[in-house]
Design a binder for this molecule. Structure first.
Ligand SMILES: [Zn+2]
Length: 149
């Protein structure tokens, strides 16, 4: 199976429909489709997928980190450097959960992975991200604690 890179897939020829897809379609694929097929392992799988995506995207500075997340419309990030190896990232308007009801369950694993992957690129270290807040746990933003190692 071929490993496709961003350059292989970035050419979009849709003169009538353009590059955008409804966010509802994304959420059906992401929250309903992937979870029902992957079951209990969906969190870990989506996180690893996100990490790979994050590693494929360009980010050399914290400004590029924020700009990439915003440009891809994953959300509006607000990163606070807590200490040398600890970064807290708030994500407003999260692609997956913004507006979601409070179910007490958090599932923005792909976003968590993308954040970790991008921060690995910025800092040249490994990163582990854990989601701590979500619309689906009663907040109006997502939050991730990222540790570099
Ligand atoms: Zn979210």
């Amino acid at each position: 199976m071929k490993d496709y890179l961003v350059d292989d897939i970035k050419n979009i020829v849709r003169p009538e429909l353009g590059e955008e897809v409804p966010l509802l379609l994304f959420r059906i694929l992401r929250i309903v489709g992937m979870r029902s097929i992957l079951g209990e392992t969906s969190g870990a799988t989506l996180y690893m997928m996100g990490k790979k995506v994050g590693n494929m995207l360009r980010a050399q500075t914290m400004e590029e980190f924020s700009g990439t997340i915003r440009k891809l419309k994953i959300g509006i990030p607000e990163a606070v450097i807590v200490d040398e190896d600890h970064i807290t990232v708030k994500l407003f308007e999260c692609i997956t959960c913004a507006g979601f009801v409070n179910t007490g369950e958090m599932f923005c694993d792909m976003e968590s992975g993308i954040i970790a992957g991008l921060l690995e690129n910025v800092h040249g270290k490994k990163a582990r991200s854990t989601q701590t807040k979500s619309w689906s746990s009663g907040y109006n933003y997502c939050e991730f604690e990222v540790f570099l190692y």
